[in-house]
Structure formats: C-alpha cells, structure tokens
Design a binder for this molecule. Sequence first.
Ligand SMILES: Cc1cc2nc3c(=O)[nH]c(=O)nc-3n(C[C@H](O)[C@H](O)[C@H](O)COP(=O)(O)O)c2cc1C
Length: 238
Amino acid sequence: MEFRDVIRARHSVRAFTDQPVSNDQLQALLEAATTAPSWSNTQPYQIAIARGGVLESLREELPPRFDKLAALQKAPMLKKALAWLRKDGIPDGDFRPVVNYPEDLQPRRVATGHGLYQLLDIGRQDKQARHEQMRDNFRFFNAPVALFVFIHEGLGIYSALDAGIFLQNFMLAATDAGLGTCAQGALGLWRSPLEQHFHLPNQYKLLCGVSLGYEADTRVNQFRPERQPLSELLIKEK
Ligand SMILES: Cc1cc2nc3c(=O)[nH]c(=O)nc-3n(C[C@H](O)[C@H](O)[C@H](O)COP(=O)(O)O)c2cc1C
C-alpha cells in the first residue's frame, strides 16, 4: 500500500475473525515496530505477547473482573470501601485509570462514545448493551493475539511517548499487511492476571494493550470517529 493509504486505512478494529495470525507475520510486524525512534535510542518498553492458551485464560479471567468493577461503581459507599479493603474487583494496574476527564476533552470523548453507540443502535438508557460493548475489550474483541505494552518507569513520561511511537509503527505495519488492531487502554486496568503468565520486570509498568487479528465484516468496524478541525489543535500566536 502507499504510505498515505496506510495511515488513512488504519482504524480501531473492535471485532476480529477466527483467522489466526502466524508467528512469521507477528514477528515481521514487531520488527517493523522496532524501527521506531526513541529517547536516546533506549527503547524503554517491553511487550508481552498473549496468544493460544495464555490468551484464552485471560479471555476467561478479565471479563468477570470488569463485571465486578462495573457493579461496584453503582454500589453504596460501604460496599465500595469493603471491596477496596479486600482488593476485590478493584483495578491493580500500574497507572491510575482516567475517571474524570478534563472539561475541555470530555465533549470529544462523549461524542466518540455516542457515535459508536449510535452506529450500533444502542440507546442512551441501554446500560446492559453499553456494558457488553465495553466488556468486549476484555475478550480482546475475539482477536487471536493481544500485546501488552510495558514502559520503563525510570524515563517517566518519555517512556510512554516512545511506546506510543512504537505502537503506531506496529499498527501501521499491521494495516499494511491486511491486519487490524485496536489499542486498548482498558487492558491496562489489571496487572496481576499477567503476572501469572509472564515474567514481568518490576521496573516495567503496564501502559496498555493492543489486539491484533483479521477484521470481521461487522457494523462496529465501520466506525470512523471524526477528528477535531486542525485549527482546534494549533496554538495561536500572540
Ligand atoms: C492509547 C489508546 C487507548 C485506547 N483505548 C481503547 C480502549 O480501551 N477500547 C477501545 O475500544 N478503543 C480504545 N482506543 C481506540 C480509540 O478509541 C480510537 O483510536 C479513537 O476513537 C479514534 O478512532 P480510530 O482509531 O478508529 O481512528 C484507544 C486508543 C489509544 C491510542
């Protein structure tokens, strides 16, 4: 594909077919991603790859955690406090999840969410359908591969910047190869299930995940959220 076509074609895929991704394909995408620039060429990230049995056990383990968390959000204070004490259903990721969005960004987030639910014919009051859609994150949207991105704590925010460039390289390479991806902050909510399957170095902190596979021909994958006009992103001269 032409480079411009690749960057235009990439979009978040939220439904994958059962078609597997071969080791060679995955290797090629990762090799492409490692050409990304990074702070002093430190490449301050590590990737855990979940597929096969590991991915299946995560697909079983994560959705019930999300169900518990969603139920807790509606629970009375006392129940919430007890859950915190017992660490039951509470995220144990390395970074605090964003709960309250900044006032100027919240409308963009809301518009994107509404756009997705509208496309899926999910009404504002249909809490169950919204929950199911969000829950699908934790099933990796049926993808045959999921990557978990960890960043070195020693470089602070710059590690996240570098991981972002790596991720975009990876996602563009996947698009070019006819594969689909979805970057998922949701997959950063729980670290402990990953500890069971991977040797996670302490100094590497879980940033997010990304699902990879072949795009299913379904409505959810037609979603193309609008971008802000460029002028909104430019800082005005004094
Ligand atoms: C760091 C990051 C985290 C994201 N987390 C999620 C997520 O948890 N679940 C999800 O469905 N989409 C997630 N997305 C996808 C965004 O919603 C998507 O990129 C945005 O709406 C623009 O749409 P597009 O990727 O189709 O162009 C994430 C994207 C990024 C870059």
